[in-house]
Write a protein that binds this ligand. Structure first.
Ligand code: ADP
Ligand code: MG
Length: 288
């Protein structure tokens, strides 16, 4: 039988905005030694500002932004939401005749009869579209219209207020490694990693490569050690499912992520990760 105080622990956590889906996960939280994070929406706010619009090949800035916003019309990725906000004009649904979200790459859409690609270098390379090496900081979204390179948008995100202190608290709780797994560029990933004091950063990962990374760390840990993956659930549900403890940001996160996760952080605050571990340790003390 499950000791009553386990329910107390789960209940206490839920009052703190941490939803733990069962006492076995509360117990497992005691033995966490590795915490792997997604970046966008997990360690960063996932609210990007457009910091530069660089048109090429005769496109105007407004056109470039309009094509990007239209291509992103149906996506719930934080990048898409931010580009639409920067454009500020509502996009008529009948302008978009075809739409395909290419996980870890970007978007392919048919906008007013034109084929538009909006995404990262991987997407441009895959489509064999020559692009300008950006002279800008931040996450770069390249745009091509009818296979002609139209330029790029540079967008940037901020780290969450409590992210650095969350990493420090995890260290104090004896976590061996804090690791970022991101689909974003090395430049952006490493800058954020350095800013937050993470032990390792692995960038330019596709969703299946994030799963492989979790498996790699899993193989490395000792028998009783546990691993957390924390994500916002925008295309990382397979990773959430694979980790010993999958944690999802519940506010920004998708329903699928909340479903796939073992622990849901309702307030989206990284500091809830060490707090969950502390609640677990307190509960274990009461039980044993
Ligand atoms: P993260 O690990 O930062 O959460 P994702 O796997 O969601 O990243 O995306 C990885 C990269 O793929 C992004 O940094 C971006 O370059 C590109 N990308 C993904 N979705 C989109 C989109 N809707 N529009 C443009 N680029 C995108
Ligand atoms: Mg993501």
């Amino acid at each position: 039988s499950i000791p009553l105080s386990f329910f107390g622990g789960v209940g206490g956590a839920s009052k703190a905005g941490i939803l733990i889906k069962g006492s076995n996960y509360l117990e497992a939280l005691n033995d966490v030694k590795y915490v792997l994070f997604d970046k966008t929406g997990t360690l960063t706010k996932g609210v990007f500002n457009v910091t530069r619009i660089q048109p090429e090949n005769g496109f105007l800035s407004d056109e470039l932004l309009a094509y990007a916003a239209a291509a992103e019309a149906h996506s719930n990725h934080p990048i898409a939401v931010s580009i639409r906000a920067a454009y500020g004009i509502e996009i008529q649904p009948d302008q978009i005749e075809g739409y395909n979200e290419i996980s870890g790459h970007g978007i392919e859409a048919t906008v007013k009869g034109k084929e538009v690609f909006a995404g990262n270098e991987k997407l441009m390379n895959q489509e064999k579209i020559a692009f300008t090496k950006p002279e800008a900081d931040g996450t770069i979204v390249h745009v091509a219209v009818n296979r002609v390179y139209a330029g790029y948008l540079a967008i940037s995100d901020e780290v969450k207020e409590d992210a650095a202190s969350a990493i420090r608290m995890l260290k104090e709780l004896g976590i061996k490694k804090t690791v970022m797994l991101t689909g974003d560029s090395k430049t952006v990933g490493e800058r954020v990693g350095h800013q937050l004091g993470l032990d390792e950063v692995h960038a330019e990962l596709l969703p299946h490569e994030k799963v492989a990374q979790v498996e790699k760390w899993d193989a490395r840990k000792l028998k009783n050690e546990k691993l957390i993956f924390v994500g916002d659930g925008i295309n990382d549900t397979p990773v959430l499912a694979r980790a010993d403890i999958g944690m999802a940001m519940g506010g920004l996160g998708s329903d699928a992520a909340i479903e796939a996760a073992d622990v849901v952080i309702m307030t989206d605050e990284p500091s809830k990760i060490p707090e969950a571990i502390k609640i677990a340790k307190r509960t274990r003390r009461i039980v044993w």
